[in-house]
Design a protein around this ligand. Structure first.
Ligand code: PMP
Length: 432
């Protein structure tokens, strides 16, 4: 394991962060999305929702699309010969086409719906992994991974008798690319990595990782749970073999997300679950599989999920995906600068140009759970804990952090409420 990662205080500024006006609200730090578009935020004007890395709030457009679907088109898709069932089928597949467009995937049938990133990654490890990973092979993951892109590979490695190795980090919490390169050898079957860390916000150099893995013919699996919502992603251009995402982290409903995977790989893989819809012909002894995407979508599908997620994708597109990460960085930079000025606060992770809108920090002598409860009393919602990244917490030499994560509906006032509340908590603890 590497030495503990030292907190990084932001000092050096790239061109973008230089525009920050810490003294007051400048135009770019008002919210990108109208707060009034989000019924929950509109109903709670004093709420500072800073936990979008966990899940996002939903715009009315998403809620309305789901309601409209149930009011006009609800039936079991693929089953009935009647017009209403055809309308449900149409809603389901039309949503897939729109989600594929948002993700930059030309072949929409290679977008396999799943409950979210966790299920999508388990699909890859169970189906592709069990078929292709053998004793003596090597699986490479990174120290930044969420448990969803760590534990399934660890278990697969143990089952298959393969080696499970972890690429370590630089002192600033970015991936050590030389270290990663040194771990990728002829035995490497898989390189699994996150697009953006949910715990530190570090953004990985996907193209470079793909290039390293390609040299040895290893499968590249990218956990896009924190990528697709924030970065203008074209999965086709990223060049990864598999990309997983969660709709609820990108303004869509819970219970829908998916896996994008290269067609030839999906076609060669065995199904993940068996049952209705995923079959072509069921003989007494043998069964043949349906075509993509049905082969991997057994049972009655979640239709309201894709319908809501497609509406979320269009809402994000209307804001401009190029602007999302810029907006988050402005807010994150403001938070990093102001939090770092509070005595006892250590901001973890890389400088602003290497991260998205996630700011993890610690406050001396105050447990993150206590701190987050105190912030809650001021209407500031943040996450406290290990962020489903215990291997990373060990490298950081902390048990937990407090994490603020920004999204399109946040503005500078949310950052300032966070900072004021943290400072007030520090004073209260210091005086106790
Ligand atoms: N990977 C990352 C980086 C995440 O942030 C999350 C959600 N916290 C997941 C995977 C798992 O996503 P889900 O719970 O939606 O399956």
């Amino acid at each position: 394991m590497t030495a503990p990662i030292r907190p990084t205080v932001v000092t050096a500024r790239d061109g973008r962060t230089a525009v920050i006006n810490i003294g007051g609200l400048d135009a770019e730090q008002s919210a990108l999305a109208r707060r009034s578009d989000f019924p929950l935020l509109a109903a709670n004007p004093r709420l500072h929702y800073l936990d979008s890395a966990a899940t996002t709030q939903k715009p009315a457009a998403v809620l309305e699309a789901i309601q409209r679907y149930y009011e006009t088109s609800n039936a079991n898709p693929h089953r009935g010969a009647y017009a209403l069932s055809a309308a449900a089928t149409e809603a389901y597949h039309d949503s897939r086409t729109r989600i594929a467009r948002f993700l930059g995937v030309a072949d929409a049938d290679t977008v396999i719906f799943a409950r979210g990133t966790t299920e999508a990654l388990n699909l890859v490890t169970s189906s592709w992994g069990r078929t292709n990973v053998k004793a003596g092979d090597r699986i490479v993951v990174t120290r930044l991974e969420h448990h969803a892109n760590f534990v399934p590979w660890q278990v697969l490695a143990h089952e298959a008798g393969a080696e499970f190795v972890i690429a370590e980090l630089n002192a600033d919490g970015t991936l050590d690319m030389n270290g990663l390169a040194s771990l990728i050898n002829a035995k490497t079957k898989v390189v699994a990595f996150g697009h953006v860390s949910n715990a530190l916000g570090s953004i990985n150099a996907v193209a470079e990782i793909v290039a390293l893995a390609r040299k040895v013919g290893a499968l590249t699996v990218c956990d896009g749970a924190q990528g697709a919502p924030h970065i203008n992603v074209s999965v086709d251009s990223l060049g990864v073999d598999a990309y997983a995402f969660s709709g609820h982290k990108m303004l869509g409903p819970m219970g829908i997300g998916g896996l994008v995977m290269r067609r030839e790989l999906l076609e060669a893989m065995p199904p993940y679950q068996m049952g209705g819809d995923m079959i072509s012909h069921v003989g007494d002894q043998h069964t043949t599989w349906n075509v993509l995407p049905h082969k991997f979508e057994a049972g009655t599908p979640n239709v309201e999920g894709p319908v809501g997620l497609a509406a979320a994708c269009e809402y994000l597109t209307s804001l401009g995906m190029d602007r999302v990460i810029e907006h988050e960085r402005l807010l994150a930079a403001r938070a990093m600068e102001k939090l770092s000025a509070i005595p006892g606060v250590a901001v973890l992770g890389p400088a602003i140009d290497k991260r998205g809108g996630v700011v993890s920090f610690t406050l001396d002598n105050v447990h993150p759970h206590d701190l987050s409860q105190m912030l809650d009393a001021d209407g500031v919602c943040v996450r406290a804990g290990h962020h489903c990244a215990q291997p990373l917490m060990r490298a950081l030499d902390v048990h937990a952090t407090t994490r603020a994560s920004f999204y399109v509906y946040n503005d500078a006032a949310d950052v300032d409420a966070l900072v004021e509340s943290v400072d007030a908590a520090r004073k209260r603890f210091a005086g106790a």
